[in-house]
Write a protein that binds this ligand. Structure first.
Ligand SMILES: C[S@@+](CC[C@H](N)C(=O)[O-])C[C@H]1O[C@@H](n2cnc3c(N)ncnc32)[C@H](O)[C@@H]1O
Length: 204
């Protein structure tokens, strides 16, 4: 089974459209979107702990737009280094930061400026100085090779057209024995060429 159908589309335009949508989720999470958002959705449908979410800055939980719960896949240990690819407003990242503690490190990466800003505000409000946000793309992660214990990602790789490159980057940054805790969308059949080229279907 391949990780991706080949795509022949304007990937720059696709990224601009994706950033436009998630930029709006960052600043106006209560607006109309085709996907769920927020802490009530996260607790009711995805099994997040309501009390734990209530302890986080509201601006990171309000703009949560994940599709699963990557931290529920396995326990993250104190002292580990975690990278969250496509961290959005930072809800999973802050939860990871709590788990790894001051002796660990949590790095969030996102390509959308407004999400980066919101995540940085959330980190500052949390007071956790071992969490850092870096602006960057899933296909060229601004992270040193072999330096990460756990990669998490929630609802992001489905939006990346160059999926092999995205997975190659994950393999590059993980230490030997490191792990990927991925929540994402998988298809069990190939999509037709016209569907793959339709940017509206990627983003809406
Ligand atoms: C569905 S949201 C999920 C955000 C976050 N993981 C969460 O659970 O709330 C997708 C996020 O991925 C980011 N994103 C999409 N494509 C990306 C790429 N190629 N590189 C980095 N970030 C990307 C978007 O900016 C957006 O913040």
């Amino acid at each position: 089974m391949s990780v991706a159908c080949p795509v022949d589309l304007d990937t720059g335009k696709l990224r601009r459209e994706i950033s436009k949508i998630y930029g709006k989720v960052a600043v106006e999470p209560a607006a109309q979107f085709h996907f769920h958002r927020g802490p009530a959705y996260a607790t009711e449908f995805l099994g997040y702990d309501a009390d734990e979410l209530a302890s986080l800055p509201a601006e990171c939980t309000g703009s949560f737009a994940g599709i699963g719960n990557p931290l529920a896949i396995a326990a993250v240990q104190g002292g580990e280094t975690v990278v969250d690819i496509g961290c959005g407003a930072g809800m999973d990242l802050l939860l990871a930061g709590k788990r790894v503690g001051q002796k660990g490190q949590a790095i969030g990466i996102d390509m959308t400026e407004a999400m980066v800003e919101r995540a940085r505000n959330s980190v500052a409000a949390s007071g956790m100085t071992h969490i850092e946000i870096r602006k960057g793309d899933a296909t060229a992660l601004p992270v040193a090779g072999g330096s990460v214990d756990v990669v998490i990602s929630n609802g992001v790789l489905n939006l990346v057209p160059e999926k092999e490159l995205g997975f190659a980057e994950i393999v590059r940054i993980l230490r030997p024995g490191g792990r990927l805790q991925l929540a994402d969308i998988a298809l069990d059949r190939e999509l037709s060429e016209d569907v793959r080229q339709n940017i509206d279907l990627w983003t809406g």
